[in-house]
Design a binder for this molecule. Structure first.
Ligand code: FAS
Ligand code: PHB
Length: 418
């Protein structure tokens, strides 16, 4: 990632102040910026960091508090290209110090483990490093570099995205109404954000799929069951053993889509995990204090195009995958790695990368959508006997075929960024 400051097509300071003074631009109540980013999740924060490295100014507007976004327990696996990018842009130090590098995963079915050896099959690894740690690193880097991240904003709205003078209105943390003039808006506000809604309904095409099950996830203060992730298919349902450190385990159980955490007291969770993770050669689940518990809906969702005029969507604002393939956060990072090149070029007067953004991003999105659906279908119980046999056949094929295992491995560790 180039670190030289790009001379953005904005003219001299006199021309720039004249430009901002034009009628359409004088209404900004805060210092105008080049890229207004909605959302301080992995997508918004990394985009702001990457644009900073490219010499482009941005402002990040976040509706939650800093404490909230830094403590939200979500994704846990960084793909190989994600870890490489974070190192490349100066965000790898803590990840390399505390993250866990894994060379494979276990597929557990028929009471036996079958390892998919990423290093042997595709020569790459993954890094287990919680999303909240990535977010902490990003917030720290932005604030260190003088970046503008406004937390606790409300009533965010996007305006004039089909002109070259878009702007955002919002209420700041002090309750004051603000207008932020910009050249580009980046909608990084997740699945429940407002940016996607700024694309006209006649233009936006949504393709989605819901699943009859969800994930009950817990974070527990107990050593992980195994040194690598275990994806277990069982007659009672799917279970996943992950971790955050040698002392903290992250576990998931397939539950019905309408189940709530209230129906799952800790002892019921541990009992169910022990059943679903049982293996012929013994070994059992370590039980310990549960630090966090939640139910995550399972959804495949893609909204296209990911661009409308000067609005660009990235991450969960545009797409959702079931977490079985560990792709959610990694896809968000892949999107902004494209925007980090397209937006500086656009602002310099070269629109080609920006014009190609949606199509380029969606190519990778659909590859991840397929892989996530594939992993979900193969590992989750639906109650349908035909599905059961298809899933077991696919698992046995992977366990017995280098070609099938290699295909899973190259998708799981992450295909190279475009
Ligand atoms: P995010 O949702 O992370 O960030 C969007 C940000 O925008 C949020 O901070 C939000 O507060 C803010 N925002 C929303 N509306 C706004 C508005 N109007 N104004 C200002 N700010 C606004 N992925 C995995 O790979 N593995 C997992 O196990 C996994 N578990 C998950 C569990 C849950 C409960 C959820 C919701 C997602 C999970 N994901 C998982 C997917 C997740 O990691 C996402 O892919 C990742 O957070 C995407 O990052 P962003 O696109 O930045 O969106
Ligand atoms: C996690 O550690 O949170 C995790 C790991 C792998 C997945 C999903 C979640 O597929």
């Amino acid at each position: 990632m180039s670190r030289e400051r790009v001379s953005i097509e904005r003219g001299t300071s006199e021309e720039r102040s004249e430009r901002w003074a034009q009628p359409t631009r004088r209404a900004s109540t805060v210092e105008p910026t080049q890229v207004a980013i909605i959302g301080a999740g992995p997508a918004g924060l990394l985009l702001s960091h990457l644009l900073h490295l490219a010499g482009v100014e941005s402002v990040v507007l976040e509706r939650r508090s800093r404490e909230y976004v830094e403590s939200r327990v979500r994704a846990g696996v960084l793909e190989h290209p994600t870890a490489e990018l974070l190192r490349e842009v100066g965000l790898g130090e803590r990840m390399d110090r505390v993250g866990l590098v894994h060379a494979g995963i276990e597929l557990r079915f028929d009471g036996v483990d079958h390892r998919v050896a990423f290093d042997e099959l595709v020569g790459k690894t993954i890094t287990v490093y919680g999303q909240q740690e990535v977010v902490k690193d990003l917030v720290a880097a932005r604030l260190r570099d003088g970046g503008q991240v406004e937390f606790d904003v409300t009533e965010t709205a996007v305006h004039d995205i089909d002109t070259d003078a878009p702007y955002i209105t919002y209420v700041d943390a002090h309750g004051a109404g603000q207008r932020l003039d910009c050249d580009v808006v980046a909608g990084c506000d997740g699945f429940h954000g407002i940016a996607r809604g700024a694309v006209p309904a006649a233009v936006l095409r949504v393709l989605d799929r819901t699943y009859p099950f969800a994930w009950l996830g817990i974070l527990a203060e107990v050593p992980p069951l195994h040194e690598e992730l275990i994806y277990a298919r069982h007659a009672l349902g799917f279970a996943l053993c992950s971790m955050r450190s040698p002392e903290i385990t992250r576990l998931y159980l397939q539950v019905d889509a309408d189940e709530t955490v209230e129906e799952w007291p800790d002892d019921r969770i541990w009992e169910e995990l022990a059943k679903r993770l049982a293996v012929d050669d013994g070994g059992t689940v370590n039980v310990g204090p549960v630090l966090d518990k939640g139910v995550t809906a399972m959804r495949s969702f893609v909204a296209a195009p990911m661009r409308q005029g000067r609005l660009f969507l990235a991450g969960d604002a545009a797409h959702i995958v079931p977490p079985t393939g560990a792709k959610g956060m990694n896809l968000a990072i892949a999107d902004v790695s494209l925007l980090a090149r397209a937006l500086p070029a656009l602002l310099r007067g070269s629109p080609d990368l920006a014009d190609a953004y949606s199509e380029t991003a969606l190519r990778r999105v659909w590859r991840a959508e397929h892989f996530s659906w594939f992993m979900t279908s193969m590992l989750h119980r639906t109650g349908d006997d035909f599905d059961e046999q298809l899933a077991l056949s696919q698992l046995r094929y992977i366990a017995g075929s280098t070609a099938a295992a290699t295909s899973l491995a190259e998708n799981y560790v992450g295909l190279p960024f475009a």
